[in-house]
Design a protein around this ligand. Sequence first.
Ligand SMILES: Cc1cc2nc3c(=O)[nH]c(=O)nc-3n(C[C@H](O)[C@H](O)[C@H](O)COP(=O)(O)OP(=O)(O)OC[C@H]3O[C@@H](n4cnc5c(N)ncnc54)[C@H](O)[C@@H]3O)c2cc1C
Length: 305
Amino acid sequence: MEADYDVIILGAGAAGLSACVYTSRAMMKTLVLESLGSGGQLLITDEIENYPGFPEGVKGPLLAQDMETQALRFGGELEYAEVEALDDIDKPVKIVRTDDKVYTAKSIIIATGGAHNKLGAPGEDELAGRGVSYCAVCDGNFFRGQDVVVVGGGDSALDEGIYLSAIVKSVTFIHRRDELRATKLLQERAFAIDNIKFLWSHVVENLVGNELLEAVKVKNLKTEEVYEYPTAAAFIYVGFHPNSEYLQGVLEMDPLGHIATDLHMRTKVPGVYACGDIRTESTRQLGVAVGDGITAALSAYHDLL
Ligand SMILES: Cc1cc2nc3c(=O)[nH]c(=O)nc-3n(C[C@H](O)[C@H](O)[C@H](O)COP(=O)(O)OP(=O)(O)OC[C@H]3O[C@@H](n4cnc5c(N)ncnc54)[C@H](O)[C@@H]3O)c2cc1C
């Protein structure tokens, strides 16, 4: 059976789009399948200051748009569809299934990245989009001039909280420990901002509200005190999981769902590559995702020669 494509790239984040530049420039017939929006996590990142080539920093959505334009310049195709399953991945012609279509390819580059974890607290799902958010850059503007909370203490939480602090009246970080996990630079920035406060050693037990979020019920882990903390919005940043559910039983993964590769982004299955945040031991940085995507593309190219 003839394959439809030389390579199908799963996911149009930084890794997938970078791979597409290289495969399509190498004249490989390339399809990128994307379930949401080109750029992946870039779409929810306000300012990127550590990606080389942008001495003044760059806005994530702008970079995403440019990456997509560049990726499609050389003949690669992009379709919006969620990949639901892979079949025959150990065969020369591999099958990719979306909800309504079946595609075939000689190689597959997995670049489906990851997503933020939910808190799992009562009220979270009911109030999602009505005060509960996982994306400050998308939703921060709705809460201009109001008091909001950010749940979490890692890099993403601080990055988004600092962004929010310029828009809203106050940002209160709710963090289960009495120190942050975020990089020192981000911590110093957050500590220097007047309208950022911290509720240390607190957890969110409930998200409270009817039509809209009105408060978070918090527990002080040191005193056991439980009380309602009024807020217009809760931005939740409590971890991250790879988007690899559709690969269960198809490809070997670590316990958290990341895919192991060698240095050339090859998985254990010939013709199948993984790159970016979905990869085991990825440092989850943009430059790394770009480099991974390029490496995966070059490996796919060389393996088909
Ligand atoms: C708030 C925030 C701030 C950040 N700041 C920085 C920073 O300053 N510097 C830095 O270097 N890095 C930063 N990062 C990390 C960086 O953005 C990521 O490491 C990088 O974008 C990961 O790219 P990726 O292509 O591997 O994955 P993703 O960006 O997650 O892209 C994966 C794509 O695959 C799609 N997808 C998922 N499942 C499917 C499916 N089944 N079918 C089809 N498509 C699917 C998704 O919709 C997504 O578009 C930040 C991340 C966040 C969230």
